[in-house]
Design a protein around this ligand. Structure first.
Ligand SMILES: CC(C)(COP(=O)(O)OP(=O)(O)OC[C@H]1O[C@@H](n2cnc3c(N)ncnc32)[C@H](O)[C@@H]1OP(=O)(O)O)[C@@H](O)C(=O)NCCC(=O)NCCS
Length: 172
């Protein structure tokens, strides 16, 4: 297992090609995809997401979306991490967790650790995070991990509230 980040309660590890069923199970829940609107209809689609989107990011950028597991029992609870969006010249913080794990502060813990990793280890100058205006839980996570409101905009055809964090370790 390639553990990238460890927090008090969580480990964040790189996904492997054996993890498609985890992505499939996560996206099967309509509540989980309510604001992201990206259902995964069958396991083969999850394999494609993993192989075409998630895994290549690790090799290209040294970061990506990481699988999150609870240290106490090593259960998979969701994913969190950084995604390069070269077409927007952005690194984006994202997260998604199984419904039964919501409300325990896991998203905030994983998101804050991912931000810190991006700044302290990868020297990224700026990281953005965004959520639909109705996705209050996600907006709270962005605020609780220290990101600041940047703007309202339309991204990928959907209204979004965009937040940003600037690397505190880089002198300007
Ligand atoms: C968004 C998500 C990751 C949050 O995960 P989580 O582990 O529950 O997050 P946390 O426990 O760290 O924090 C959530 C905060 O939002 C609050 N919250 C949750 N739902 C809320 C609601 N409907 N209204 C107001 N606050 C809400 C919680 O009370 C908590 O704040 P608090 O610590 O001040 O009480 C989770 O709901 C999820 O996976 N959603 C589906 C995927 C998704 O939408 N991802 C984001 C795409 S932009």
């Amino acid at each position: 297992m390639n553990i990238v980040i460890e927090t008090q309660r969580l480990i964040l590890r790189t996904f492997t090609s054996a993890d498609a069923h985890l992505i499939y199970e996560l996206n099967k829940d309509p509540d989980v995809i309510r604001y992201t609107m990206d259902p995964v209809k069958h396991l083969e689609q999850a394999v494609e997401i993993l192989e075409k989107t998630i895994l290549p990011q690790y090799a290209l950028y040294n970061h990506g979306r990481w699988a999150v597991q609870t240290k106490s029992d090593m259960q998979f609870i969701g994913w969190c991490g950084l995604k390069a969006r070269p077409e927007r010249k952005e690194i984006d913080l994202g997260y998604r967790f199984l419904k039964e794990t919501w409300g325990k502060g896991y998203a905030t813990e994983a998101a804050a650790a991912s931000l810190n990793y991006g700044f302290a280890k990868l020297n990224l100058p700026r990281i953005v995070g965004r959520a639909m205006p109705e996705n209050i839980a996600s907006l709270k996570v962005l605020e609780k991990c220290g990101m600041k409101y940047y703007c309202d905009e339309i991204v990928d055809g959907h209204p979004a509230k965009t937040y940003e964090a600037i690397n505190p370790f880089i002198n300007r």
